[in-house]
Write a protein of this length. Structure first.
Length: 340
């Protein structure tokens, strides 16, 4: 069997970064796209980053349909399931993203089990861990915590990620294969945008740089460097001690106003447009009725999040980068690409 990786959603931002690392590391990559029109754009981005394309191929597959998944996985040694819907705007239908996220995950895992792959790495998120009612402040969460999908504070994205990851663990456990699964759980992912294709965390950077926020919401989040996320994915294919684990990847919790300050220092010409003060919570709640991208933050306003990802560093064998570098990389790439 070749060192071939089935990489789902290769046209997505994180997956493109993962593809570059896999190809540079000598793996053969079969990338899935939901629409073959995405193939050329993805190839161009990877080629611009000087990734070797001789071991890269594509297949058009839909997470909502069974067809083709078994065939795609058949000669692969590993699977990386990165594809998952992450819209900037939230939907009133909290179940709207579940079919693609949960059912899609089960399709991919089932294909992997049928093919007898050595390892499956799933891109999850800390959103599957930290949102629940009656939290303390500050609130500490870790590998064994789960978001409460029945709480009204969990929107469509939180519900989809939590249900997808829970279903993944239940499925692998039912097959006696829990140790073949590793879940990577980043926070807010920042880093080089690579190209102009829309991606949610980069969109917040873009909106800040465009002066769309008069102030920053009183909201803090674990900042995850895309380089650490990629490294964690690739190392998890072969690290023997990460099987059956949920790895929180990120180094520092930063408030939005702190992220804004990092950008202002890196790009002083944009400093006037960037928020310097925090908005009162009541004002963010009012704005959220008009702008659903703000609605995602409302349940966590004023809550100090904290977590200790050092166990993941120990398991993976490397230290996660400070927040400053990836925020600067994100801001500079947004400007470089003409998005701000």
């Amino acid at each position: 069997m070749s060192e071939k990786v089935l990489l789902t959603g290769i046209s997505g931002w994180i997956a493109k970064h993962v593809a570059i690392e896999l190809l540079n590391s000598g793996y053969e990559v079969l990338g899935t796209v939901r629409n073959k029109d995405l193939i050329e754009q993805t190839k161009q981005t990877l080629a611009y980053q000087k990734a070797p394309l001789d071991k890269l191929s594509f297949v058009e597959l839909d997470l909502l349909h069974d067809a083709g998944w078994d065939e795609a996985a058949r000669d692969c040694k590993y699977i990386m399931h990165v594809a998952s819907p992450f819209p900037l705007k939230t939907s009133r239908n909290r179940e709207s993203l579940v079919p693609a996220a949960k059912d899609g995950t089960l399709r991919v895992l089932n294909a992997g089990v049928n093919a007898g792959v050595d390892k499956i790495v799933l891109t999850s998120s800390i959103v599957a861990m930290f949102r629940k009612p009656n939290r303390t402040n500050p609130y500490t969460f870790g590998e064994n915590d789960w978001s409460d999908v029945n709480w009204s504070g969990c929107n469509d994205y939180f519900v989809s990620k939590t249900k997808a990851e829970r279903a993944a663990w239940d499925f692998m456990e039912s097959k006696g294969l829990k140790d073949k699964l590793t879940c990577i759980c980043p926070g807010a992912v920042f880093g080089d945008a690579l190209d102009k294709k829309e991606k949610t965390s980069i969109s917040y950077i873009k909106l800040f740089l465009q002066g769309k926020y008069p102030g920053a919401p009183n909201f803090g989040v674990l900042v995850s460097d895309i380089k650490d996320i990629v490294k964690a994915h690739v190392l998890s294919l072969t690290k023997p001690n990460v099987g059956g684990r949920r790895l929180i990847v990120g180094s520092e919790v930063k408030k939005m106003v702190e992220i804004s300050k990092i950008m202002a220092e890196a790009l002083p010409e944009y400093a006037k447009k960037l928020p310097k003060k925090e908005l009162p919570n009541f004002l963010v709640k009012i704005i959220s009725h008009l702008d659903t991208s703000a609605k995602m933050m409302v349940p966590d306003l004023g809550i100090q999040m904290q977590t200790d990802p050092s166990y993941a560093e120990d398991l993976l064998g490397f230290k996660f980068k400070p927040a400053k570098g990836c925020v600067e990389d994100a801001a500079r790439s947004v400007v470089r690409l003409g998005l701000a």
